[in-house]
Design a protein around this ligand. Sequence first.
Ligand code: AMP
Ligand code: ZN
Length: 498
Amino acid sequence: MQNQLFIYNTLSRTKEKFEPINKGMVGLYVCGPTVYSDVHLGNCRTFISFDLIYRYLLHLGFKVRYVRNITDAGHLEGDRDEGEDKFEKKAKLEQLEPMEIVQKYTLGFHDVMREFNTLPPSIEPTATGHICEQIEMIKHIIVNGFAYEVNGTIYFDVEKYNSQYKYGQLTNRQLEDLVAGTRELNGQDEKRGRLDFALWIKAKPEQIMQWLSPWGWGFPGWHIECSAMSSKYLGNTFDIHGGGMDLQATHHTNEIAQSQACNHKTPVKYWMHTNMLTVNGVRMSKSAGNGFLPDQLFSGKHPLLEKGYSPMAVRFFMMQTHYRSTLDFSNEALKASEKAFKKIINGLITIKILTHNEDTASFDEELNSDILRLCSLCYAGMNDDFNSAITIANLFNLLKYINSFHHNILPLASLNKNSFETMKRTYIVFVEDILGLKEEKFFKPNLIDDVLEILLQTYKNAKEIKDYKTVDLIRAKIKEEGIIIKDTKNGVEWAYEE
Ligand code: AMP
Ligand code: ZN
């Protein structure tokens, strides 16, 4: 199965057969969140998509080192290496230390990722924890002649780099076009070229987040952290690098340039980019102010939401669309996904209790081969560039059969035991291990209280009509769970058995 996986590579703009550089370990690097604020649902889409990719690679039997960084320094308000530092700005606003901001939003991010049932990465390095590595890399780039210093700030020389390599390959753009689309330099600019970008930025004296470098006190530019951390943990050339499509043109383009300028190697074999989550066709983003926070979505407390949706229903909503297509948010789409998700989970509960007795002679050849065909189509979907939409459509086709067996519309005996076991294994593995979906017994926090209430009411009703058989049964069953029922002057009460 491993050698049938095809991945769309942004760099070559084609689907390529996945052949890992080193069979012993697949390297996967995903650009993580910038932790100066809460992640919104758009960010979650990207991280959930890569969770699906990671899970499938693991399922295929690859050993994967999955690195997802935390950006906790080096983000300025402006997109041209200018403006206030986002962490320091937020720290002032919330009257906290910048590193308290980092801690607060990192913990929040982890909570959200856990709610969406994403697997933790193997390594989660931070930019501030890798200042030395970034400085070392910048030193190499300067020695190789691709960067220059102005006043304690180091800029990458894009034109010089382009004379030896090709800048802008990821988006297939020519340097001249890129230059033409960028603001002209003015007298105040320190940069030599319009596309040059900062590797290291001189700090203002009042800045809290600054480190000593060979060029004085400063802080790293945003792009250098991912080049430094990916090469540290995955080597100078590794298998897969991912992130949202919005990172293609600048962040990832500059990562490629930095790595080549440093060690003359192409850093990544397969570049993968997830498409955007949109609201009414507009990309969800922090700056556009159209971002739902996951908590708002779960609670339903947002003007655009008609009700709340559980994390698994939202995860399923995302999986129903291929990661390279845009996904537009709407109440209708979410409601439909919630319904479909419940069907999938009911199927999971059903298939887990369904058992097949030994083979009889009466099995149906056509039925057996159709079920095996559907199982292999589940794999075909994921092997075709992780197309979970196709896989889910085939899980629904399997589900029709599962329900027919469950309701005895089709006799289980018409299926041979091997086909049955393949169907059962495929359904469970795809739903739980690969799509990462699970039953949400405790999503409704009051569910247990409500059910207990109903039980006590049934107990009272039974007593009133002197149905002592039911009364005793409820008493005995609930006692097994460590709860005793008390008949008091105030009515029926319950307590934990002491
Ligand atoms: P940030 O915290 O802004 O650096 O973003 C973290 C990740 O979320 C990056 O990989 C972005 O490309 C991705 N991202 C941002 N907005 C969206 C969106 N609307 N839909 C999908 N992914 C997004
Ligand atoms: Zn990055």
